[in-house]
Design a protein around this ligand. Structure first.
Ligand code: MSP
Length: 522
């Protein structure tokens, strides 16, 4: 088999000091769905996620808990971050931790390389730093504190006091890349998506770039600067490099050439790091810039960005324990336009679960398979002559598959799901219109009944394939129930819209409800 085109996609690497919340889960399932789609479409896919374990934030959290930073991150990664991937059915190909030797060694190589190329110099620095963001803050993101922090300067994002840092630092000549970055944004118009994110970055860069402090000497929880052991590399430089170190930068040229460049999916809070600093670092090293950066919006709870520090954090298991992982994935990916903010509420989740999953898709699957069992002893009937209406179903399936694939190319998972949902809606309508239960009472209509149930079942076959990247658990159950030969994950996704894949004569097994009734008190 020829190897498909390379598709390398990443999540941000998360700070393990927070326990995972639904915002982290959102990014991760979005990336997983895109990766599953491309993998199943035959592209040479690689999905990376991981944890960002150095920096002052981690050091402080560890000492507040009376353990070394390494012990602290080991515990959190094992107890909270690996399990998150299982909770959400994420099929990542790799998980990078920035404390792994593979990463540390390659980061040193990279920083040495840009030092040797003349992009790093030593200087003095004095500025206000936010440990929450792990970032020196520009004027525009500094506000006056209120309440307990009255009279202090605080970070606009974290509402916590900033710290004045004064040190000798090494600087990266970011300012030299202004023109090259502007040129990149105009020559590759969808380098940054969506447009709102692109516009924000373009105007930020047009306003001028300052050189970036890339080392710290006040603490040592980080990767040492190779030519000056009294400094550690700034945690964001260390973190951004994960995308390259994980695929063999500096160690495995073949692997690196095969995977790089990547698509990065990030929350809009960290867009500038990815769309400005990271490509400039790569340019300085003479490497290819990323293939693109997509910034999604924030999950809002009660109108505010959900965050643990503001006590609005919700753990993914709170949702999956009640509704299951498929519903988690479906809900966040379909209810929020990818790229925009979206409000989370238990009422909305519950209503969509009931309407779209239980009554829409689940019911379609169970009634179709139940009717094949009841009227055809569980054997898929052959279709007889197709009517206009049957052909209309076939066209809807074909168009939905093509539209969904096109939407995924644009990273619009929400639009892909709504394209696929046209099949669910049309098949439910089709069954209502054709009343197979009435056809079943009339022997003369036996052939017509077979055509109607074949059409519904073949539509479900397409749905199983198209929805498998979004809801791997339910679609697998449906696949098994439909009795189609071959594994679901091996079904070529870009051919899902074809007709006649399900073979008449194959046996359908009973299907337990895909989305059982949820008894809960939210
Ligand atoms: N460690 C850095 C990223 C380094 S990448 C080289 C970091 N980590 S983080 O743990 O704070 O995670 C940030 C990411 O989590 C966001 O970019 C976003 O993808 C996701 N989210 C965190 N809170 C979120 C919401 N309230 N809503 C949506 N996504 C959120 O920043």
């Amino acid at each position: 088999m020829t190897q498909g085109r390379s598709f390398y996609i990443t999540t941000p690497i998360y700070y393990p000091s927070d326990v995972p919340h639904i915002g982290h889960g959102y990014t991760t399932v979005a990336v997983d769905t895109l990766a599953r789609w491309h993998r199943q479409a035959g592209d040479d896919t690689w999905m990376l996620t991981g944890t960002d374990e150095h920096g002052q934030k981690m050091l402080r959290a560890a000492s507040a808990n009376g353990v070394t930073p390494q012990e602290w991150v080991d515990k959190l990664v094992t107890e909270a971050w690996f399990p998150l991937l299982r909770t959400l059915d994420v099929a990542n190909d790799d998980f990078i931790r920035t404390t792994q030797p593979r990463h540390e060694e390659r980061v040193k190589q990279f920083v040495q390389a840009i030092y040797d190329r003349g992009y790093i110099y030593a200087g003095e620095y004095e500025a206000l730093y936010c440990v929450g963001c792990e970032e020196f803050k520009p004027e525009s993101e500094i506000v006056d504190g209120t309440g307990a922090f009255e009279g202090l300067k605080v970070c606009a994002i974290h509402s916590k006091p900033l710290e004045l840092l004064q040190e000798k630092n090494y600087f990266f000549k970011l300012s030299e890349f202004q023109d090259k970055l502007i040129e990149l944004y105009s020559s590759v118009p969808d380098f940054i998506r969506p447009d709102s994110a692109r516009n924000e970055v373009v105007s930020f860069v047009k306003n001028g770039l300052k050189d970036l402090s890339i080392s710290r000497s006040a603490f040592d929880w980080g990767i040492t600067v190779p030519w000056d052991e009294s400094h550690v590399i700034y945690v964001w430089v260390d973190a951004l490099l994960n995308y390259a170190t994980a695929v063999g930068y500096g160690a495995d040229p073949d692997e690196f050439a095969r995977r790089w460049p990547a698509f990065h999916i990030v929350g809009k809070d960290i867009l500038r790091f990815h769309a400005v600093i990271w490509p400039a670092m790569l340019m300085a090293a003479g490497l290819e810039v990323p293939r693109g950066v997509f910034a999604h919006g924030w999950l809002l709870v009660g109108g505010e960005k959900m965050s643990k520090s503001k006590l609005t954090g919700i753990a993914p298991t709170e949702i999956t324990d009640v509704f299951g992982s498929d519903a988690y994935r479906f809900y966040f990916l379909s209810a929020i336009a990818f790229g925009q903010d979206g409000s989370f509420s238990w009422e909305d989740l519950s209503a969509r679960y009931q309407a779209e999953l239980a009554n829409g898709f689940g019911n379609l699957a169970s009634r179709t398979t139940a009717m094949i069992e009841r009227y055809f002893e569980g054997i898929v009937p052959p279709p007889a002559e197709y009517t206009e209406r049957d052909l209309a179903v076939q066209k809807i399936v074909k168009d939905a598959a093509a539209n969904a694939d096109a939407a995924i190319e644009r990273f619009r998972i929400d639009e892909a799901i709504s394209a696929i949902w046209t099949i669910v809606d049309d098949l439910n309508l089709y069954i209502t219109e054709n009343e197979p239960w009435a056809l079943a009472k009339d022997d003369a209509q036996r052939a017509r009944l077979g055509t109607v149930l074949y059409t519904a079942a073949e539509g479900l076959r397409a749905l199983a394939v198209l929805l498998s990247p979004v809801m791997p658990v339910a679609t697998e159950k449906l696949w098994v129930a439909l009795g189609v030969s071959g594994r679901l994950v091996d079904q070529p996704l870009r051919d899902a819209g074809g007709w006649g894949v399900l073979q008449p004569g194959s046996s359908v097994n009973g299907l337990a409800p895909l989305f059982p009734r949820v008894e809960q008190s939210v």
